[in-house]
Design a protein around this ligand. Structure first.
Ligand code: 3SL
Length: 246
């Protein structure tokens, strides 16, 4: 540890990445509904995830014999057996396997962030263990919300605000951007009941219309997982919390 405070900031969507990206060693990619919640669930269950941006790339992997999962606009893409419902990644049959995954926003955000030295995956599900690990790193951190098709969304902002709040409160981090201050206050307003706070939000409505309310409840449950998933080459695997530093 240098003893010097490090910086933590929030970027609301991949479309703003170029405005925020400089001077951070760690990027945390967040897509609460549902990509990064699904990835955290998968990795905790011993599944390796290969995130790809397009359906075509996922198809190429599938043709080579990989298990491939694809979601667009909340639905499983035709020709794929899986999408990004977190619960589907709890299947004991998947343990020890690799799944190639593409989603509308989350996997693209991961691939945008991969220019950083370290990319880790955040969700409400792994909030506490992720914050604990981030506090141990002594690095500058950018929290990237995946948003919806390049727009701001509330759920990723709440999660980013929760992480920023915890890191700043530890006195090891500071923030200067208004995006971070706003995310922190949105989180503080939402934290007692995130599910009801998001009632009118666009993505909750979209998923409700697809009968995916149970997935939403799962994704909005803080700390039901302890994994910290990290991008290593093309694969997302679990950080070994006992020994690993970024
Ligand atoms: O945007 C994404 O990456 C998806 O998680 C969206 S959805 O929750 O499947 O609609």
């Amino acid at each position: 540890m240098t003893g010097e405070k490090k910086r933590v900031e929030v970027c609301y969507s991949p479309s703003q990445w170029h405005l925020y990206k400089n001077n951070y060693e760690i990027a945390v990619v967040i897509d609460v509904l549902r990509a990064t919640s699904a990835i955290c669930t998968a990795v905790e269950n011993g599944v390796t995830i290969v995130p790809v941006s397009s359906v075509e790339e996922a198809k190429d992997y599938q043709n080579k014999g990989y298990i491939a999962a694809a979601e667009r606009d909340g639905q499983i893409v035709e020709g794929f057996d899986m999408g990004n419902s977190p619960v589907s990644y709890k299947d004991p049959e998947l343990k020890g396997k690799t799944v190639v995954l593409t989603t509308t926003n989350g996997t693209t955000a991961i691939n945008i962030a991969r220019e950083k030295e370290t990319v880790v995956i955040g969700s409400l599900n792994n909030l506490d263990s992720l914050c604990k690990w981030l506090k141990e790193q002594d690095k500058n951190i950018l929290l990237l919300g995946s948003g919806w098709k390049d727009k701001f969304n509330l759920e990723d902002t709440i999660c980013a605000g929760a992480i920023a709040d915890e890191l700043i409160e530890s006195q090891k981090f500071f923030a200067e951007e208004d995006s971070t201050i706003a995310a922190k206050f949105i989180y503080r307003s939402a934290k007692e009941n995130i599910f009801s706070f998001l009632k009118a939000s666009s993505h909750r409505k979209r998923l409700r219309n697809l009968n995916l309310n149970e997935d939403v409840k799962y994704c909005l449950t803080p700390n039901n997982l302890t994994v910290v998933p990290i991008l290593k080459g093309d694969e997302i695997v679990a950080v070994n919390l006992e020994v690993e530093k970024a």
